[in-house]
Write a new protein. Structure first.
Length: 197
């Protein structure tokens, strides 16, 4: 299993990138969001990856963040959602928006992605509603996946913290500040708690 690729960005396509790692070019499928974030051709690049293996192919899919990769895994676990549809959803919605859409059961937001009709969008929000805590918080103690707590976790993930670290720090900050804490206060205290851990 290939967990990530670190090398030089050799080329970009509409739905893929080629990463040169020690003279070997890895073709990696990716969302438009990841392709936009990867950086200029010829420069150093790093992608989190998921390896898809079937009878007739082996394919790598790349992600700018571990959070995006985790969402890809969850999305492809829904019946009717293959790699192409999952990447279309991740092109249309970033992980924080996707988390909010599922928490709010907003199927119209999910249906904005190419190839996602109303029925599939409804199935996605229904099946993932109980699972979004796993992505948002990496399996630590559950926090409501909506409101300031979820936004604070998302902010921590965007700053490079692992899901479990982000969750634990935000949970500790929420416990100290109370349920009415603002997003700004939560993130600041969570960052202090994470740096002490």
């Amino acid at each position: 299993m290939i967990a990530h690729l670190k090398g030089r960005l050799d080329s970009l396509g509409i739905d893929h990138a080629v990463i040169d790692v020690g003279g070997v070019g890895y073709l990696v499928g990716a969302s438009s969001r990841t392709l936009a974030a990867i950086g200029p051709v010829g420069e150093a690049a790093m992608l989190h990856t998921e390896m898809l293996v079937a009878e007739d192919f082996i394919r790598l899919v790349g992600f700018a963040t571990a959070s995006e990769r985790d969402w890809f895994r969850l999305l492809t676990g829904v019946q009717g959602v293959g790699a192409r549809v999952a990447l279309a959803i991740l092109s249309a919605l970033d992980p924080a928006d996707l988390s909010r859409a599922i928490a709010a059961q907003d199927k119209a937001m999910v249906a904005r992605a190419n190839g996602v009709g109303p029925k599939l969008a409804e199935r996605i929000v229904r099946e993932l509603k109980d699972k979004i805590g796993a992505v948002a918080i990496g399996g630590a103690t559950p926090i409501a996946a909506s409101g300031a707590g979820a936004d604070a976790i998302s902010a921590m993930l965007n700053l490079g913290f692992r899901p479990a670290e982000a969750s634990a720090a935000v949970a500790a900050a929420e416990e100290e500040l109370g349920s009415g804490a603002t997003l700004d206060a939560l993130v600041r205290l969570a960052l202090r708690k994470a740096s002490r851990a």
